[in-house]
Write a protein that binds this ligand. Structure first.
Ligand SMILES: [Zn+2]
Length: 245
């Protein structure tokens, strides 16, 4: 059995202090879910990182891992959709099948974060809350934070309805900026733009944000897509880790 291939952000290849990857389908069609990954590690042979992942609930809770090894099991049992740490040697992971995975990295304070952003989390301002929390816990300045947005269901395919629109309006988003009308009562939502606007509101400049624009729905051969009638329950694992010095 071979593992999934991971995609990387070209502009981050020079960042020697971190390791990251946006996951794809498990080769051989094997499902690749959170429970399959529990207790496992990511990375290469001579450099492996025990994986940490929250119970994702499409909420807006940000959780901090303080590095206590006994806390690892607790993280797996904790509900939340964004996870932060300054501890080197562990990988933060989120599992996605259309939702947007976001990595945050502060090279000055040596801190990382990961966000699971579907429409609910995005409308609830989750990535912005993660940035604020990095400021509180690590004294990260938002002007120093780098962000990377990975594969998700694209604005070509993500049809949503009125309740989703209302949630974004309540969250202070410009609906015209992040969506386009499709037919009566239906819109195409752009999760990239929504999160770019959210990160921008929290002080992250666009030049510090990398976007890997790949639609998981259009590329169902390479990615699990919940909306693309994928009933296997498979998920992409996306991870980021700080290297040990
Ligand atoms: Zn698409």
């Amino acid at each position: 059995m071979t593992g999934p291939k991971f995609l990387q952000i070209e502009a981050w290849r020079g960042e020697r202090k971190i390791v990251h990857g946006f996951g794809t389908r498990q080769e051989g069609g094997k499902t690749n879910s959170r429970k399959d990954w529990r207790g496992r590690s990511v990375g290469e042979k001579n450099e492996i990182f025990p994986l940490l992942s929250l119970r994702q609930v499409h909420g807006d809770r940000v959780v901090y891992f303080n590095g206590n090894p006994r806390g690892i099991e607790e993280i797996w049992q904790t509900e939340g959709d964004a996870l932060l740490t300054r501890t080197p040697g562990v990988a933060l992971g989120v599992f996605t099948a259309d939702c947007l995975p976001i990595f945050l990295y502060d090279p000055i304070q040596g801190a990382i974060g990961i966000v699971h952003a579907g429409w609910r989390g995005t409308a609830g301002g989750l990535a912005g809350k993660a940035v604020e929390k990095m400021g509180e816990i690590f004294q990260s300045k938002s002007s120093n934070i780098l962000a990377a947005l990975g594969p998700c269901i694209g604005p070509c395919c993500y049809e949503v309805d009125g309740p989703v629109k209302n949630a974004f309006l309540s969250g202070g988003f410009s609906w015209d900026l992040i969506s386009s009308p499709r037919r009566e009562g239906k819109w195409l939502l752009d999760l990239y733009r929504a999160n770019l606007s959210l990160l921008g509101r929290h002080g992250i400049s666009e030049k510090n944000i990398q976007v890997l624009k790949i639609c998981t729905f259009c590329h169902g051969d390479a990615f699990y897509s919940y909306r693309n009638a994928d009933k296997t329950g498979g998920r992409q694992l996306n991870f980021i880790a700080l290297r040990k010095e």
